[in-house]
Design a protein around this ligand. Structure first.
Ligand code: URA
Length: 269
């Protein structure tokens, strides 16, 4: 089990072991950061996306029927999110927004954490129990693993910004319904636009499906860069496994490691 608190060298070693680095294979160190296999497309802010990189489209926006649905909550969510000029305003709007039923059972809004000026923004699915108590995303067990993986590529919450598709904890940690996600979508899209990161990392399938509109299994789609338009400009987005999934399936950490290396390479590039 992952210990709580700041990661120690031992925690990092455990993470590397789970990621497949479990044996001494040579006397000379090898620079694994150089061994990235994810294709990285050159980024061209405010210019057309390169043809060979797919353009992502948030799922409900790609579905004209969903947009045409006469849903009062979704309409008011779009208007409310659009009216926020800053993250502080967006948070205040969410605090008083009554259009999503999840608010009734959650203790508080779990808005975001980290550095709003960060070049990397990570988006998960929805807060769990620990996040609902603390009011911050990814502070439970999966958050500790996320912190370890970020630390492995030299990042922490001073250099990334973290949020969720849905800012309220669904009761009993159930999955948010498609309708709840659709109501919350304008808020997370506006949050991404206001943070304006250079790179977006979708943590898990629901985040990938909702923000990038990718329907493939995440086992296939992870690690592949796509172009995502923040509303201000084109940036690069990538999906990787959700840390909670990695806690259940530690062998998959070796693939997640490649994705985190791809992010590091993109940041360094
Ligand atoms: N899982 C998520 O998707 N988000 C959190 O904030 C915590 C767990």
């Amino acid at each position: 089990m992952m210990p709580f608190g700041d990661p120690t060298a031992r925690d990092l070693l455990d993470f590397y072991r789970d990621a497949g680095a479990d044996a001494l294979v040579g006397e000379e160190p090898v620079d694994r950061f150089a061994a990235v296999d994810a294709p990285v497309a050159p980024i061209a802010p405010r210019e057309p996306a390169p043809d060979r990189v797919a353009r992502a489209m948030p799922a409900p926006l790609a579905d004209p029927q969903a947009l045409a649905a006469p849903d009062e909550a979704a309409v008011s969510a779009r208007a409310a999110a659009k009216s926020a000029g800053t993250l502080t305003e967006l948070r205040a709007i969410l605090e008083t927004f009554e259009g999503c039923g999840l608010k009734a059972t959650a203790s508080r809004v779990v808005f975001g954490d980290g550095n709003p000026q960060a070049r990397v923004m990570l988006v998960g699915e929805a807060p769990g129990r620990d996040e609902d108590i603390e009011g911050l995303p990814f502070v439970g067990r999966s958050g500790k693993l996320l912190d370890l993986m970020l630390a492995a590529i030299g990042l922490d919450r001073t250099s990334v910004y973290i949020a969720n598709i849905v800012p309220w904890r669904p009761p009993g940690n159930r999955d948010p319904s498609p309708h709840e996600s659709a109501i919350c979508l304008p808020f997370i899209l506006r949050q991404i636009e206001l943070v304006d990161p250079d790179f977006l990392v979708c943590l898990g399938k629901p985040s990938m499906q909702t923000l990038l509109g990718i329907k493939e299994p995440i086992t296939k789609a992870r690690g592949r860069w796509v172009i995502f338009n923040t509303g201000r400009r084109d940036i690069r987005a990538i999906a990787t496994f959700h840390p909670a999934f990695l806690l259940r399936s530690p062998l998959q950490k070796r693939f997640a490691w490649r994705d985190y290396l791809a992010v590091k390479k993109a940041l360094d590039g």
